[in-house]
Write a protein that binds this ligand. Sequence first.
Ligand code: UDP
Length: 236
Amino acid sequence: MSAYKRILLKLSGEALMGDDAYGINRATIVRIVREIQEVTRMGCEVAVVIGGGNIFRGVAGGAVGMDRATADYMGMLATVMNALALADTMRQEGLVARVMSAIAIEQVVESYVRPKALQYLEEGKVVVFAAGTGNPFFTTDTAAALRGAEIGAQIVLKATKVDGVYTADPKTDPSATRYPSLTFDEAIQRNLRVLDAAAFAVCRDQNLPIRVFSIFKPGALRRVVEGEDEGTLVHV
Ligand code: UDP
């Protein structure tokens, strides 16, 4: 049983790379889509905000010295590419998905319109939000917080490579332990970066909890949606 009616899943571009240096790893994207499918079958409505780091990495060299806003628009277009790949994989796996972009590119995907997104979710379709917030100088973390709040998601699930927030870097410090839960204030006091500052502020203001978990751990998304102790919950 799903503990949530509606979730906002933030997938970084990196999550799609698998062990590759950049781009989209086929086996990885299929596995992630199947995990998303599993939670939709549990009755959970799923919206995804997809990042673009995996594609942007392939062109990052060319972006050095570029105007920041231009580079950021390139980054937003990278998220559209990921969204198309994700939605197509969903279609192949039997899920109905709709991509909505924060920047207008209507020949490719429809633009984000809140009532339409809500309608799709109510119909049981997976909505993939592309192009972040549509504004340079922001990240897809901020898009996840904003969209999560707008669509009335009960939680933002941040899929990362690490299975939660730790007292220290678990890769370099073997004594590091995972926080099962934290308040927003504790995260600030301990200087723990859960989401970027703008995204964190939106979640805190809107009383929107965040759970950080590993998408590389098979079954973790399902356990999170079942409300089990997986990753780290950040709450008011
Ligand atoms: N981006 C942006 N505004 C947004 C979201 C994203 O300008 O609202 C750009 C920004 O350049 C960012 C890139 O798109 O570096 C990819 O997004 P992000 O870094 O959040 O992706 P992730 O690291 O999660 O793959």
